[in-house]
Design a protein around this ligand. Structure first.
Ligand code: GLY
Length: 407
């Protein structure tokens, strides 16, 4: 081997290092510019919310802003939650004020025992607020919301009941004790309450719920049912159904996302390997799913009958990406590639709104519930929340990689 061989090899290595360094820089810049865009767009949404003194949820089929209900609305925590995340990114007090103001609007709901969504509502708002400010009042709200949620736990079943069955469309389904896969998302608040109060009963309920759900909600291939209906006395499974998916035996996209996210949380708090394996198995199944399109944004149901002519669900994609960023930090497998691919698509013109468009929501093209003919191909406040959360997670990962690279 002559000298010129080594020179060329040296040049090649330098180019590879420089290119990878530049790519990392570009990635970081693009995450920051997406977060800055989220600040700009949500500033416009905040102005709308301040005028109406209401919390934005989505856009109606005829193109009007749809605010959260004055009573309990499962999505009411997401807008203040997004404000908390933008405060975390920008350190601009305007976001702290906005989050504090809008979360106060539903503080009374912490005492409402009729809804399992207390975890979504209070953890995304007051939970983030407490994490970022240490405000004792926020902690108190969280504890009281958690105590209310605990009243929905039935030891015969080992789960927290999702919907009540004595009113609304749920009363027409013949269920006794429905538990939906979405309910895995309420466990984070319970685990967190054990951390901040030292009272283990919250985590015990969360673990029981996760274990029973692991046993009954998943098919052999690791796809999940949406609703498992239990006998409230014997704890036996009565029905395996759907509510928001295409069919009982189909795979509702957001439900699969809640599953990965939920079991990743369980592992975060317990270090119990069974939860990590569960999250990995769900993720592996979804990533390899033949109905996931090239841009990695799923159709609203993996088995929707008219694929590829079915609406996509950007909210499911955002939840999945955020969960995969966390899962990647615990697993030996690579989930970063998939999470980044999802985020690249969500951050493209196809899904990211133009400034001042899309009723000032960040993401386009989500689905609430097609069987209920509700929120089809619209922006949703929770799609924005999990997208911003995912950007912050990616930003942290990139900062860690940069630090490692500079050692
Ligand atoms: N119930 C929460 C959802 O629609 O995903």
């Amino acid at each position: 081997m002559n000298i010129s061989y080594f020179k060329n090899l040296g040049l090649f290595i330098a180019i590879v290092l420089l290119t990878s360094c530049n790519t990392k820089k570009q990635d970081k810049q693009s995450v920051d510019s997406n977060l800055k865009f989220a600040c700009q767009q949500t500033s416009l949404l905040l102005k709308d919310a301040e005028v109406a003194q209401k919390i934005p949820r989505t856009v109606t089929a005829d193109g009007h802003m749809h605010w959260t209900r004055d009573g309990f609305d499962w999505t009411e925590g997401f807008f203040p939650g997004t404000c908390w995340y933008l405060y975390e990114f920008s350190k601009d007090d305007k976001w702290k004020k906005a989050a504090t103001h809008f979360q106060k609007k539903f503080e009374e709901h912490r005492l409402m025992p009729f809804y399992h969504d207390l975890g979504f509502v209070f953890n995304c708002s007051y939970g983030n607020g407490y994490r970022l400010t240490g405000n004792e009042q926020f902690k108190q709200m969280l504890i009281e919301a958690g105590n209310t949620l605990m009243t929905r736990f039935n030891p015969n079943v080992g789960c927290i009941q999702s919907w009540d069955v004595d009113k609304g469309w749920q009363s027409k389904r013949g269920w006794q004790f429905p538990v939906i896969i979405d309910n895995m998302m309420n466990l984070e608040m319970l685990f967190e309450l054990t951390e901040i109060t030292g009272d283990n009963s919250y985590a015990e309920v969360a673990k029981s719920h996760a274990d029973v759900t692991m046993k009954n909600h998943f098919r052999d291939d690791m796809s999940s049912y949406h609703v498992i209906d239990y006998d409230s006395i014997t704890g036996e499974v009565r029905n395996k159904h759907t509510a928001q998916g295409y069919a009982h035996e189909s795979e509702w996209a957001r439900g699969q996302a809640w599953g990965i996210y939920g079991y990743t949380i369980c592992y975060r708090y317990t270090n119990d390997i069974k939860y990590l394996r569960q999250a990995e198995k769900i993720a592996d199944y979804i990533i390899a799913h033949p109905s996931i399109p090239e841009d990695r944004i799923p159709y609203w149901d993996y088995d929707a009958p008219k694929i590829p002519n079915e609406p996509r669900d950007a909210s499911a994609a955002a939840v999945t990406a955020s969960a995969l960023f966390e899962l990647n930090g615990y697993s030996d497998k690579d989930y970063l590639t998939e999470a980044k691919a999802i985020m690249n698509s969500l951050s493209s013109n196809a899904y990211l709104a133009k400034k001042g468009k899309n009723h000032n929501f960040i993401l386009k093209h989500s689905v609430g519930s097609i069987p209920h003919n509700n929120e089809i191909d619209v922006p949703l406040n929770y799609a924005d929340y999990y997208y911003v959360e995912a950007l912050l997670r990616l930003r942290k990962i990139e900062a860690q990689h940069e630090n490692k690279g500079s050692l």
